[in-house]
Design a protein around this ligand. Structure first.
Ligand SMILES: *[C@@H]1O[C@H](CO)[C@@H](O)[C@H](O)[C@H]1NC(C)=O
Ligand SMILES: *[C@@H]1O[C@H](CO)[C@@H](O)[C@H](O)[C@H]1NC(C)=O
Length: 397
């Protein structure tokens, strides 16, 4: 027993040394994952909220979940999401949703506050602009309020909270996509939606600052996906007047909104990093991680191409907003793993697996996630080296 525990401790230390390997980390590096965001990360919150109000939402009907869970779980895909793959790779169990029927909240090895359909901006703010989100009002600020509310039951003694939050990996997003989807789907112009971008970034940044004040030490902050490549955007907004990217056939002007969001987000993250050298802020470049797939889908095994949804109501992109995946008359493809797009808006588990690899085992995180393991039980010198490296790599952007 004694020899095992010291032996295991050595192994963990070796695993936790930065730069040495790109293999998966032991969960000693992070004791838990705390997540905020939208349908890219929701593992069941909206499903629970909807069941309490008897609201029928297509995401919670078959064939959602068919590939991995074999039933709908509240995830907006056929299988696992990036957060699930991340938890698995860290040796943690899948991260349970915060909203549960039994009201028991335990930190355990993670809590997920992400809600499908959530915006970064608050609902009343968007409503004042004529943007109504029928899915949920659980904006980022609401999710953060849930988190604060749950701290006493998560931490036991409130003074232990800083330590618990500090040893958790905070996944901040993706969030902000719906601040653009909802107005676009409601017919708002590109210029108007573009004017929301700085507000969305400010909201995300202030949430990050609050979390740092509460003790967060490692945050992964994903950017937006290329929305102009999704089947829904192509079906709804494609036309002969639109400009298409010749390398992907995606809608350029819509992708530019995501690029603008991502540039502003990275600039602000660099500023936070400068102010907080003891905190590791990792930008996760979802955009370019998936763009490599859109450029050469066949190379990644997506033999049905990247732009047509697996599940939907027909048409050139298999997307029809009145016959959504899960509802009557929509059909589902036989092999979701040969499609990038699952339901018009969300991606398949197969696509998320490639994005996950590119991010957490590859080059699409800055600083690179697989070069870090901030649990510094051994020496502060090591931690300082990592921090120096983080600062240098941020300055290189
Ligand atoms: C969100 O909506 C629910 C149900 O419609 C309501 O009870 C709640 O007060 C709203 N929350 C906020 C923050 O607006
Ligand atoms: C979408 O489905 C509806 C209902 O079946 C149909 O009337 C409509 O023409 C379809 N729209 C497109 C763009 O195919």
């Amino acid at each position: 027993m004694t020899s095992c525990s010291s032996y295991c401790f050595v192994i963990l230390l070796v695993l936790c040394r930065g730069y040495t390997s790109n293999t998966l980390y032991a969960n000693a590096c992070f004791t838990s994952i705390i997540s905020f965001g939208d349908s890219l990360a929701d593992t069941g919150n909206l499903k629970q909220i909807a069941s309490e109000t008897d609201k029928v939402i297509s995401y919670f009907l078959p064939p959602y979940g068919e590939t991995f869970f074999h039933q709908p779980t509240g995830r907006c895909s056929d299988g696992r999401l990036i957060i699930d793959l991340l938890a698995e790779s860290l040796g943690l169990p899948l991260i349970p949703p915060f909203v549960r029927s039994d009201d028991v909240v335990e930190l355990g090895q993670g809590v997920n506050y992400a809600v499908a359909g959530a915006t970064a901006l608050d609902s009343p703010f968007l409503e004042a602009k004529g943007v109504y989100n029928s899915m949920t009002n659980a904006s980022l600020r609401v999710q953060l309020a849930w988190f604060k509310q749950s701290l006493p039951s998560l931490c036991g003694e409130i003074r232990d909270c800083k330590h618990l939050i500090g040893s958790s990996l905070i996944l901040m997003g993706e969030i902000g996509g719906n601040d653009y989807n909802v107005p676009f789907f409601a017919g708002k112009s590109i210029d108007e939606v573009e004017s929301y971008v700085p507000l969305v970034i400010d909201t995300i940044i202030s949430a990050i600052n609050e979390l740092i004040e509460m003790g967060a030490r490692t945050l992964v902050v994903p950017g937006n996906l290329p929305i102009g490549c999704t089947s829904a955007y192509l079906a709804l907004f494609g036309s002969q007047k639109e400009k298409y990217d010749p390398t992907t056939d995606c809608l350029i002007r819509y992708n530019e909104i995501a690029e603008y969001h991502n540039e502003l987000l990275q600039t602000e993250l660099m500023m936070i990093q400068e102010l907080h050298p003891n905190v590791i802020i990792i930008y996760a470049d979802y955009y370019n991680a998936v763009m490599q797939i859109y450029r050469s889908p066949h190379k990644f095994g997506f033999t049905n191409g990247a732009l047509k949804a697996c599940c939907g109501g027909g048409g050139p992109f298999n997307y029809n907003s009145s016959m959504k995946c899960g509802l009557a008359y929509a059909t589902v493809c036989d092999q979701p793993d040969t499609y990038v797009n699952w339901d018009g808006v969300h991606l398949t588990e197969a696509a998320y697996k490639h994005i996950f690899k590119g991010l957490f085992q590859g080059p699409y995180t800055t600083p690179q996630f697989n070069s870090l393991c901030p649990t510094s039980t051994s020496s502060t010198g090591e931690r300082q080296n990592i921090e120096l490296n983080v600062r240098n790599s941020r300055l290189d952007i």
